[in-house]
Design a binder for this molecule. Sequence first.
Ligand code: S3P
Length: 198
Amino acid sequence: MAGLRFSRYRAPLLASAAMNPATNLVLVGPMGAGKSSIGRRLAERFGLAFVDADTFVEQRTGASISAIFDHVGEAGFRERERSALAELLAGDAQLVATGGGAVLDAGSRQLMRERGFVVYLSAGIDSQLRRLGRYRTRPLLQRGDREQVLRDLAAHRAPLYREVADLVMDTDGLTASEAAGRLGVRLAQHWHITGINA
Ligand code: S3P
């Protein structure tokens, strides 16, 4: 697979054999980490097409995320999310902001690793609560104590975010613009495509 991927890109783009040669940038991390707001800014900087995976699932299914959870449950949503990622990541030069639970599915994790340079945007529970405060659309946050739900999700998912990540960045205390600026600098050092598009 690695050989196939290399053959699709022009050799001069590869700054180093050690760098991940993918042309897609994939953002993972918990709800409220800023994947979409940071992602939009980064996509502009690097000349990538921004895609929000949740929005793509909604377009493909014609249903809201909440309705999908209501009708086919979380497992059904994860299947649709994996199909969406497979379709999206078949393309190149996109910035894909994934949903916070996309890493739960082994197939989705494999797709991200094979077809993207993956950035884990981490956030502490306080930051998440603050950023999510106004929104009531996420099905997993409609039950129980919000803070406890976020803590439980983090305990389960943080190892999976780390497993897929090429790069980890903490977003605590940063605005979306600040985080995008810092991440852009780090990507310039770690991701080959920055050499041509940044
Ligand atoms: C989810 C996160 C949401 C969305 C869905 C499930 C999760 O995306 O995919 O509500 O399992 O954490 P965001 O991380 O963009 O909020």
